[in-house]
Design a protein around this ligand. Structure first.
Ligand code: PMV
Length: 348
């Protein structure tokens, strides 16, 4: 860093992402057991500003406000994360950092915000580093690398449209250390819809961190990791060809496998709710009846992500209102689409 950089403010917004091939199981310093592939979203975002001010004493020093209010739990998590990366980003120790963050999606919607939150924070850190070094642009491999250390799935949120994380023989440039963009994708996926059906907004009974750890002794783990590598190849082929049926089948298989792995963990647990299953039945029977390419996936939670191409959005809207909305808490659906990734909002 140059000595002249005494103080400043950077601001970034970063979207969440939805994995189609799931990352579930990790080792070492947040390294994935298998490759994952995701769609970057555009509406579910975190906006973060970091003001930095040079200080005398070395050490990690922050103030953190979430939606304008001090949040001790988040603050402790961020401090721990920053402490874990000071060797690789030493400038962090020279500044007092005032961090302020907010989500564009509603409070307690049951939507995990760690991917967008960690990605937005890391984009701010990389920007401060860039300014200090007098460089003109951010290195996205580096940003994804640090986002991964904050939260595995965050590694994919710094990239536009379609991202993959985890080394794979078929994907040139793929790495366990950071995510990369997949460019060879049919245009139908650029405006793809992901309507997030809020089936429950309660906090999950088992966190993702605990869920990953349970994979270490899951008797089906090795078969699952092999399946994910195969599904990654099949999915990328389907996305290249614009083959919606193949895409949808892999998306649904992956969602069901993720939840099956939870059910056969020791101890076993279930994150789906009765309305999750109702929605799945409804989506599958509607698809059979109409031949519309509408599919679902699930995160590590009960909410359904309804996936469909833009050209059927108008036709299926009444069905979503009539058949799916009543299954959601207070009829809540977050309407999202595939988006372009992080945005610098410093001058907004
Ligand atoms: O990034 P984490 O540790 O919150 O794990 C995310 C795991 C899934 O959302 C279930 C799958 C994925 O690849 O995003």
């Amino acid at each position: 860093m140059k000595n002249t950089e005494i103080a400043g403010t950077v601001s970034w917004e970063c979207p969440s992402n939805i994995a189609i091939v799931k990352y579930w199981g990790k080792h070492g310093r947040q390294l994935p057991r298998n490759t994952s592939v995701s769609l970057t979203l555009s509406e579910a975002k975190t906006r973060t500003s970091v003001s930095y001010q040079v200080k005398e004493e070395k050490g990690v020093s922050i103030d953190f406000l979430f939606e304008g209010v001090t949040n001790e739990a988040f603050s402790a998590k961020i401090k721990k994360f920053l402490s874990s990366i000071v060797e690789e980003m030493p400038f962090i120790q020279s500044y007092h950092l005032q961090i302020s963050s907010q989500n564009t999606f509603p409070h307690s919607s049951g939507i995990a915000s760690s991917a967008s939150a960690m990605a937005a924070l890391v984009m701010c850190l990389c920007d401060i580093e860039r300014i200090g070094k007098g460089e003109s642009s951010i290195d996205f491999n580096r940003a994804s690398y640090f986002a991964r250390l904050g939260s595995g799935s965050a590694s994919r949120s710094v990239l536009p449209h379609v991202a993959t994380w985890g080394q794979h023989a078929d994907i040139e440039g793929s790495s366990d250390l950071y995510a990369i963009e997949i460019n060879d994708v049919d245009d139908v996926f650029k405006g793809f819809h992901d309507d997030i059906l809020i089936i429950s907004s309660e906090e999950k009974s088992v966190s993702s961190t605990a869920g990953h750890a349970l994979m270490d002794h899951n008797p089906y783990a090795e078969a699952r990791y092999r399946q994910a590598q195969k599904n990654t190849s099949l999915l990328l082929q389907a996305m290249k060809e614009g083959d919606l049926e193949a895409f949808g089948q892999i998306a649904e298989d992956e969602a069901m496998t993720l939840h099956a792995l939870m059910m056969c963990s020791d101890p076993s647990y279930v994150l789906m709710k009765p309305h999750t299953l109702k929605a799945i039945e409804e989506i599958r029977s509607y698809r059979k009846m109409t031949s519309h390419p509408v599919y679902f996936t699930l995160d590590a939670g009960p909410n359904i992500h309804l996936l469909y191409p833009d050209h059927i959005a108008h036709d299926i809207a009444p069905w979503i209102e009539m058949a799916l909305k009543p299954l959601c808490v207070d009829g809540r659906i977050i309407r999202d689409t595939v988006g372009i990734g992080p945005k610098n909002i410093a001058d907004a």
